[in-house]
Design a protein around this ligand. Structure first.
Ligand code: MRU
Length: 331
């Protein structure tokens, strides 16, 4: 499929993976050359690459590198699997590579298909989702869900991108997304590159804007969606959903079918990643809290299905967000 957006998080180069180090953005564009699965696992764990669909794609290439090097498949699988616990696309992609291996399919073709399918899914999500975006909409988004977080285009940011490309006038409120600042560093960077009108806000500004009537809709991505429609996403998403409900603002989730974990019943059963407190107590390499202050860094939260107006997938729009509607849409 023809690519219209230049922003790319990774490229497969036949014998290695070229990965944009997202930790260095927006000040520097540094590319890492990853030649083995251990390097790929470190890049995922250390968040050089992040965003559920991008993590899945990169893990598939990591699996390929491990098998090509003659490593045992179970060990390669485990090393990659034990990097980040919440993003379901990681497990989905690794399981798909494992089953390709056991059924004798070409692993390189399988990894490329995972990447290509994700790109196509995002384009379709964009097409379907933009119908929900009114002309002149002021859209609030959280974290980064764009080309950097996927195989290209993006999920929630893909919907915004599609609406903008279709000629609709949109304006984006970009949550900075503490503590890793994916909104400030990455979403703003992607929107700047395409001249999509946006303004950066602190995460805690959302309530003020909604009360003032300055937000028409919220669109976020997802790291895992359970059978009943509960959504795990970047910490702060649940609070946004509660604010949106209070103020009568539609709250949309955009995600490919590879983010749905139908074997998990409900949000409480999702493993939620807790990261090191140093990421919270330091910002851009400098301390912002007393060294010995204890901190809690929960990376994701769960938004209950009843707070979600609709989920936009490449297979259709799930509304209302209920088990039977999800099953029907994804089958
Ligand atoms: O910790 P991150 O940056 O990997 O978290 C990313 C998110 O929470 C995204 O919203 C989610 O993965 C959807 S990306 C299309």
């Amino acid at each position: 499929m023809e690519r219209e957006v230049e922003v790319k998080a990774f490229y497969w180069r036949g014998d290695h993976l070229l990965l944009l180090d997202q930790r260095r953005l927006p000040s520097e564009e540094v590319w890492l050359e990853l030649r083995d699965h251990i390097g790929v696992a470190e890049a995922i764990k250390g968040m050089a690459v992040r965003g559920a669909p991008a993590i899945g794609c990169v893990a598939a290439y990591g699996f390929l590198l491990g098998i090509k090097a003659g490593e045992k498949s179970d060990r390669v699988y485990d090393t990659l699997k034990n990097t980040r616990p919440t993003a379901y696309n990681l497990f989905w992609a690794l399981d798909r590579m494992m089953s390709a291996l056991s059924s004798g399919r070409d692993l390189e073709e399988e990894a490329k298909s995972i990447e290509e399918e994700d790109y196509r899914a995002n384009r379709r999500i964009g097409e379907l989702g933009m119908e929900l975006v009114p002309e002149g909409a002021r859209i609030l988004t959280h974290c980064n869900t764009g080309a950097l977080a996927t195989a290209g285009w993006g999920t929630a940011l893909g919907v915004i991108r599609s609406a903008h490309h279709s000629g609709k006038k949109v304006e984006v409120w970009v949550d900075e997304t503490r503590p890793y600042l994916q909104g400030a560093r990455l979403t703003a960077w992607e929107l700047m590159k395409e001249d999509i009108p946006h303004r950066l806000i602190t995460d805690s500004t959302a309530g003020f804007l909604m009360r003032k009537g300055l937000v028409d809709l919220v669109i976020v991505g997802a790291d895992r969606i359970t059978a009943n429609g509960d959504v795990a996403n970047k910490i702060g998403t649940y609070a946004l959903s509660v604010l949106a409900k209070e103020h009568g603002v539609p709250f949309y989730v955009a995600a490919p079918s590879s983010t749905f974990d139908l074997s998990t019943e409900k949000g409480e059963d999702i493993p939620i990643e807790e990261r090191g407190e140093e990421e919270l107590k330091n910002c851009l390499g400098r301390p912002i809290a007393p060294e010995k202050t204890p901190a809690l860094h929960i990376a994701f939260d769960v938004t209950p299905a009843q707070n979600v107006t609709a989920i936009i997938t490449e297979k259709g729009i799930i509304k209302p967000v209920e088990r039977e509607v999800i099953e029907r849409c994804l089958s």
